[in-house]
Design a protein around this ligand. Structure first.
Ligand code: CUA
Length: 226
């Protein structure tokens, strides 16, 4: 989860998020190189006193500074496209979880295991335990197995919500009348926190998501006792 003064991305807990971080760093590096170059050129203009009254065009330099940025953009576009298709790939999921956005809580359905269903509300600040996280902890967590492909179906009952977990690289809108699909693979155990990220009304900030990533045998025990 994100803690104080953390302005970068959270540590990844899935292969897809790892790829997203690599892409972010790659794009940022290109951005820094362009900014430094253009910044240097603009700064140097202040000190340039050369003037040429007859200079009206330069075919070669204009050709170069048109094509060069286009080639640089390709170095961003192609990895971006690769990631886009990778994110949409579904690899025979072993568990499917349906999450439904409401004003203002999430409800979950494990439709292929005993039809387990429950609501998940944020714990209000005045009811929080000493080790709880304010505005992030919920009364009923989602329990899911690690090292397994998991499919998430997202929808909403009233207005548009968004099911977002930064550490897993997942962000899907829940829209009334539509069923959206995504998938992820958690490669470590732990608690992964997320929040709604579509402005959905007065309590938009107070409908967090908590995933408890556990070993598969622990998940089977949990789902059969529900
Ligand atoms: Cu639900 Cu914002």
């Amino acid at each position: 989860m994100s803690t104080w003064a953390n302005l970068g991305l959270q540590d990844s807990a899935s292969p897809l998020m790892e790829q997203l971080i690599f892409f972010h760093d790659h794009a940022l590096l290109i951005l820094v190189m362009i900014t430094v170059l253009v910044g240097y050129l603009m700064f140097m203009l202040f000190f340039n006193s050369y003037i040429n009254r007859f200079l009206l065009h330069g075919q070669l330099i204009e050709m170069i500074w048109t094509i060069l940025p286009a080639i640089i953009l390709l170095f961003i576009a192609l990895p971006s496209l690769r990631l886009l298709y990778l994110l949409d790939e579904i690899n025979e999921p072993s568990v499917t979880l349906k999450s439904i956005g409401h004003q203002w809580y999430w409800s979950y359905e494990y439709s292929d295991f005993n039809n387990v269903e429950f609501d998940s509300y944020m714990i209000p600040t005045n009811e929080l335990e000493n080790d709880g996280f304010r505005l992030l902890d919920v009364d009923n967590r989602i329990v899911l197995p690690m090292n397994s492909q998991i499919r998430i179906l997202v929808t909403a009952a009233d207005v548009i919500h968004s099911w977002t977990i930064p550490a897993l690289g997942v962000k899907v809108d829940g829209t009334p009348g539509r069923l959206n699909q995504t998938n992820f693979f958690m490669n470590r155990p732990g608690l992964f926190y997320g929040q709604c990220s579509e402005i959905c009304g007065a309590n938009h900030s107070f409908m967090p998501i908590v995933i408890e990533s556990v070993p598969v045998n622990h998940f089977i025990k949990w789902i059969s006792n529900n």
